[in-house]
Design a protein around this ligand. Sequence first.
Ligand SMILES: *[C@@H]1O[C@H](CO)[C@@H](O)[C@H](O)[C@H]1NC(C)=O
Ligand SMILES: *[C@@H]1O[C@H](CO)[C@@H](O)[C@H](O)[C@H]1NC(C)=O
Ligand SMILES: *[C@@H]1O[C@H](CO)[C@@H](O)[C@H](O)[C@H]1NC(C)=O
Ligand SMILES: *[C@@H]1O[C@H](CO)[C@@H](O)[C@H](O)[C@H]1NC(C)=O
Length: 396
Amino acid sequence: MLRGCSCPHRGRMVRIASALGLIIFSVALLILSLISYVSIKKDFVLGAPRYGPNGGPRMYMFHTGFRERPPRKPDLSSQLALKYLDPDFTPLANSLSEDLQNSSKWKYNSSAFRQLRTEISQHIDIPNNFTLTRNSVKVGQLMHFDYSSHKYVYSIGENFRSLLPNVSPILNKHYNVCAVVGNSGILTGSRCGTQIEKYDFVFRCNFAPTEIFKKDVGRRTNMTTFNPSILEKYYNNLLTVQDRNNFFLSLKKLDGAVLWIPAFFFHTSATVTRTLVDFFVEHRGQLKVQLAWPGNIMQYINNYWKTKQLSPKRLSTGILMYTLASSMCDQIHLYGFWPFGWDPNTGKELPYHYYDRKGTKFTTKWQESHQLPAEFKLLYKMHTDGVLKLSLSHCA
Ligand SMILES: *[C@@H]1O[C@H](CO)[C@@H](O)[C@H](O)[C@H]1NC(C)=O
Ligand SMILES: *[C@@H]1O[C@H](CO)[C@@H](O)[C@H](O)[C@H]1NC(C)=O
Ligand SMILES: *[C@@H]1O[C@H](CO)[C@@H](O)[C@H](O)[C@H]1NC(C)=O
Ligand SMILES: *[C@@H]1O[C@H](CO)[C@@H](O)[C@H](O)[C@H]1NC(C)=O
């Protein structure tokens, strides 16, 4: 009887309440697991758990921005934390600590370098593959993209063709000692500017700003890469007069230098490439920067690095510049190549790039496709072999 009147009702209430509870519980669980998924993903961005300067798990600086921490005494424990990043790195960690203490111990091995240059030239004809030339393309020709599905195409127009050089700007160009400057935050506070200024030829990556960081990175630029998406990110797609003026002034500072524009790596650059082409055509004669537009060359470059057991989905711009430099320079020194979030000299946290102090610009996609620690390990091995010089310590 009791049942008859109140129980069904109460039973339903209880059922509704427990169903609601279950829903709330599952939503909470979902949120929690999402949060932990994201943080696990962040911890594993470098392919291995990341550790802080003292070996403890490292807080990631995605949303918090770059937190200032009290300076730590430079100690070996921070340098040796490297070994936690990748067990294979352990044998190199000691030699790295020694290097940081006395970088003048490094010795160049020119025969080893010449051998490497020959190996690279067996995979890629760098002077000729450095840029497309006017005679190597036809108007109406459909270009594909190295890193995109074959269905995407870019039709070569008269304007684009008119911007191509007649001959490769690096044909028969030889320099003695070159610097390839990467963009790692390790350059912040390095005071390497004066040293970098002294090289015969300075390569830079991704149109990185130099003027306000000249103490650390120098100003001299003989060649820089320019991914067309930079227009989108830093110049608002050239939509206002102000944006166009800013871009013009940045290019003006590169008079005489080579602007190396990989327009056929990603189909996502196709639209900005048209904007860029129009801009250069409109300013023909006003700019003295030399344009170079590589075609689909990544397969050749990848094939070479594969022989060194390096085959990420995407090689970094830095190692790509090194590859190009190998045909032009007799000796190559690298600055700003350091893919970890802490400074091996001071143990302090580092911004990802020297020019964005706010924190890292890592995006998930980017982390998945690059293998910077693996690249670094290989470059460091080449450093100890005397093939190249990696500069990691402060210069002054
Ligand atoms: C660094 O190493 C070089 C060559 O081995 C040596 O001449 C120099 O004295 C060392 N400097 C210091 C500070 O240990
Ligand atoms: C230079 O490198 C070659 C290998 O390419 C090696 O045989 C030689 O011993 C190295 N020389 C020195 C001085 O380390
Ligand atoms: C690379 O260079 C070779 C030899 O000069 C040439 O035949 C080929 O078309 C070039 N490819 C690209 C994509 O530049
Ligand atoms: C490299 O660039 C500097 C200016 O940034 C210039 O003075 C120098 O002549 C250039 N060197 C070469 C080899 O083009």
